[in-house]
Write a protein that binds this ligand. Structure first.
Ligand SMILES: [Zn+2]
Length: 185
């Protein structure tokens, strides 16, 4: 998406490890574009500790294999289910492990509840931090727009991973969104 979420996640992982702490880095198996790795546009990358699907019970998995870590970092957290967000909350309570989730707030159609994981995170997270991104025009980007062959699309299935077809996602501002939308019609 180009908003630097993964880069920030890797930076946090680095900070923990530099101090001799163990981290557990995970991402959804939905995000298949880079296999099991996290990649960034500016270079740094990292292997995940595990990938999860919608059926993974994250509480049980962490209780079994990762109870000794100092931090859990989740990339593309919008793909978590509501139940998984609640499982991660239980991890913070029972094991006293902080969980940091990096993801989108809205789906490309800009609907509330388009990503149940994102909605649940916004409801129950202890803290929410916005990662600021700049639109091509220089204004603050708040939308995540889907482009098909260079044209903005406002409809279609919820999950299409970029790079797998002619789909690309771009962070843009509301004004440019309208402009692109008009151009697409
Ligand atoms: Zn713009």
């Amino acid at each position: 998406m180009g908003c630097g979420k993964t880069m920030q996640l890797l930076q946090v992982a680095f900070n923990y490890e530099e101090r001799g702490h163990k981290v557990c880095v995970i991402k959804p198996a939905t995000d298949t574009k880079n296999g099991t790795k996290l990649l960034t546009r500016i270079g740094p990358e990292r292997e995940t500790d595990f990938c999860f699907d919608r059926k993974t019970n994250l509480y049980e998995k962490i209780a079994k294999d990762y109870k000794d870590v100092h931090c859990i970092l989740v990339d593309e957290s919008q793909f978590l289910t509501k139940a998984q967000v609640d499982q991660l909350m239980q991890v913070t309570i029972d094991f006293d492990i902080p969980v940091m989730c990096y993801g989108l707030r809205l789906n490309f159609r800009r609907e509330d509840g388009g990503f149940e994981g994102a909605t649940r995170l916004l409801q129950i997270a202890h803290d929410i931090e916005e990662i600021k991104t700049i639109c091509v025009c220089g204004k603050k980007a708040t939308y995540n727009a889907r482009f098909l062959n260079g044209k903005l699309v406002a409809d279609g299935p919820d999950v299409l991973i970029d790079g797998t077809s002619d789909i690309a996602y771009r962070a843009i501002c509301p004004a440019c969104y309208e402009k692109y939308l008009k151009g697409a019609k």
